[in-house]
Write a protein that binds this ligand. Sequence first.
Ligand code: DC
Length: 224
Amino acid sequence: MFSVAIDGPAGAGKSSVARAAAKELGFLYVDTGAMYRTIALYFLRQGADLAAWKEIEAALPGLDLRMELGKEGQKMFLQGEEVTDLIRSPEVSAAVSSVAAIPAVRAFLVDRQRALAKEHNLLMDGRDIGTVVLPQAQLKIFLTAAPEERARRRVRQLEAAGRKVDYRQTLDEILRRDYQDSHREAAPLKPAPDALLLDTTGISFRESIARLVALVRERMAEAE
Ligand code: DC
């Protein structure tokens, strides 16, 4: 199987670029952030204290998380209910970094993520895919963009969806998440030593996809 690990900060366009590239390559696309978001939703609904790691760990066996990976994208199910859209809410976005910092939560997901890579050619996107989940991935990409550019893209995206947002506040949120994700103890966000950097600042969406697809094809040709 051929695995491509794609890591990088929030809002760099990882998921849209990786999803489009996977389609072009005929690979499966796996969004691991959606798994953390689903767990965050579970504990938010329970009114759990996200700082009480021991209690969260004890509650994990009761969590029924399922995914459907297919042509229509990745659907997420929590206790049998589809939550694909619900996990994108501002409440989940605000809580997910705290949930993702809990080692037991990470262990719960890493096994599932590794199992997928045994079965499929895939592009897996997250924060620790190249460093922890798939250190043997044939290709590792650290996909990023300047924080200001990520904030501008986010504002445009939300405005297109009819939501009014403040640029400064969006930028502050991005910087806060970057800090949390890269300073936590468990599997912090950082490029694997052998990752290739793909900086999409000033590069169009189409061009970013084309570069990623080219990198994968190049590496596949080398591997043959
Ligand atoms: O990519 P995203 O914004 O949907 O990710 C949601 C959160 O989950 C974010 O705070 C980082 C965290 N995450 C992680 O810690 N490890 C991953 N492999 C994927 C996401």
